[in-house]
Ligand binder design. Structure first.
Ligand code: FUL
Length: 518
């Protein structure tokens, strides 16, 4: 575990974040703050920072999966050494369609394959090294796991991403300029031979190679190359589009701003109009409690849309270990993680490691199926649908119940930064989950809200929160009422609400207490 943490710690030393062209309106993916900007001007800028199309697509996936597989699967290790004999890679029943089918049936919308982990073993028949599936007995050296997973994703209609470890314990050129060239070649193979690639995931680990040397990674060059070959792919973690949430527990922040300070935006980069042209390395700790509060943005030099991805494994380890077959996370735990990742303005990246047969193990399948059922049973019926909506003032109030993310309610003018939305429900309803969504293509704005129900002649608070973002889920003790209201108490500019949902958690005793136990 310590080693993993060390790997992620190095993210902070060299992470990169996005720079994209500013458009002619007052909306942009990033903004420079001027010394003359008043606090109000800074808050206004923050409220007008929006995701790029690739970030918006990624955010709407909500659920994504990792497949960690490689030589470690066969050595029963978490990190390899780079000295493994490729002959140990010998899954006898490998079926990538089964992996993707299991993920798809669990409602997962995109999967990421560890094409190369830190040990350097490549799961595709690369021309850059013999240390690959080509030298393994699997399919007599004729196999290509990238191809198998890519084809399965196409068949099931889900996204496909690639994890390529910058750290390579096997490559003889690691630690020299030649390695940066080799890495470019590996990217070229992965990004040109397998159709559309939707995410490129870079971990921050930077250890020693076979010569005892460390590599200076040429991230900027790699980003430009990825933008050229797969312009719609998000570059995650050690990349400009998606940030690591800061933990591997599956639990994101209660207050999660997708707009965060970027102190080293460079004026020349900002002037550039091409998305491919620029990238910068954000300074500072991206693991703090709240990253984008007014206090945090007040003294920033720039602001950028840099949303959080919450990665966690369904098992204690990232790779398959037989001893963990009975340690697969329970469906209830996965549900709690769902509330605390997707429900906290994040995208969940759930690792499901294939076993030595080359299959997703039965224990994992069972947990995923039951998790999906819990979500379906909870979210299948919006108890707010059919409600009569009354607002304190504003436009398009019925958009909050039309089931369409792209339409939203907002207040009359930019200056109206509070709102009350009252719902007269279709009769008395019992519920214990609130779902809120802001339309992030307009910006992330809500800073404080409370949700109340009418009982005994007065309003009582069911729950309250700070940020909403793309999606916010909040659990509370079951409430029975026919009238509820959302009070938006503070927003950076006119707030938007795309959707409101009220649900009854399928777990009658457990969901709320599970949350309390965290
Ligand atoms: C970490 C790696 O060191 C782990 O092995 C795993 O791949 C995880 C997702 O990222 O940094």
């Amino acid at each position: 575990m310590k080693k993993i943490t060390t790997g992620l710690l190095s993210l902070l030393l060299a992470a990169s974040a996005p720079v994209h062209a500013q458009d002619t309106t007052d909306k942009a993916n990033f903004m420079i703050l001027q010394p003359s900007d008043t606090e109000a001007a800074i808050v206004r800028k923050a409220a007008n920072i929006v995701p790029t199309p690739r970030q918006l697509r990624w955010q709407q996936l909500e659920l994504t999966a990792f497949f960690h597989v490689g030589v470690n699967t066969f050595t029963n290790r978490e990190w390899g050494t780079g000295k493994e004999d490729p002959k140990i890679f010998n899954p006898t029943q490998l079926d990538a369609r089964q992996w993707v089918r299991v993920a798809n049936e669990a409602g997962i919308k995109q999967v990421i394959l560890t094409a190369k982990h830190h040990d350097g073993f490549c799961l595709w028949p690369t021309a850059t090294t013999g240390h690959s599936v080509k030298s393994s007995p699997w399919k007599n050296g004729q196999g290509d796991l990238m191809r198998d997973v890519a084809e399965a994703c196409q068949e099931y209609g889900i996204g496909f991403g690639v994890y390529l470890s910058p750290w390579d314990m096997n490559s003889p050129v690691y630690g020299s300029d030649a390695y940066n060239d080799l890495f470019i070649e590996q990217l070229t193979e992965l990004l040109t031979n397998y159709g559309q690639i939707d995410e490129v995931w870079f971990d921050g680990a930077n250890g020693e190679g076979p010569n005892g040397k460390r590599q200076v990674y040429d991230f900027d060059r790699w980003y430009k190359h990825i933008r050229k070959l797969q312009p719609t792919a998000t570059i995650a973690i050690m990349g400009p589009d998606v940030r690591w949430v800061g933990t591997e527990t599956g639990y994101g922040r209660e207050t999660e701003w997708s707009v965060v300070p970027a102190d080293n935006l460079d004026q020349n980069s900002v002037a550039a109009t091409s998305q491919q042209a620029v990238a910068f390395k954000p300074a500072g700790d991206m693991r703090g409690e709240v990253l984008g509060s007014r206090e945090k943005i007040r003294n920033a030099k720039g602001l950028v849309w840099y949303p959080a991805e919450t990665d966690v494994s369904i098992r204690p380890g990232w790779f398959y270990h037989p001893a963990e077959d009975d340690k697969v996370k329970a469906p209830e735990k996965l549900l709690d993680i769902y509330y605390s990742s997707v429900g906290r303005n994040g995208v969940l990246l759930l690792n499901i490691p294939p076993d030595t047969r080359g299959l997703i193990h039965e224990s994992d399948i069972k947990a995923l199926q039951e998790w999906k059922k819990l979500r379906d049973d909870t979210f299948g019926k919006n108890l707010a649908s059919g409600a009569k909506v009354k607002v304190s003032g504003g436009r398009n109030k019925m958009a909050i119940l039309d089931g369409k993310y792209d339409t939203h309610f907002t207040t009359k003018s930019e200056k109206d930064t509070t709102a009350v939305i009252e719902l007269r429900l279709d009769g008395e309803q019992t519920f214990d989950v609130l779902m809120l969504q802001e339309n992030i293509s307009v910006g992330q704005r809500i800073e404080k809200f409370a949700f109340e129900y009418w009982q005994n002649g007065q309003w009582q608070q069911a729950t309250a929160g700070t940020t909403v973002g793309y999606k916010r889920l909040l659990r509370f003790e079951p409430v029975t009422a026919s009238k509820v209201r959302l009070r938006i108490e503070s927003s950076r500019l006119n707030p938007t609400i795309s959707e409101i949902g009220l649900y009854k958690n399928a777990l009658t005793n457990g969901s709320y207490s599970a949350k309390q136990q965290q």
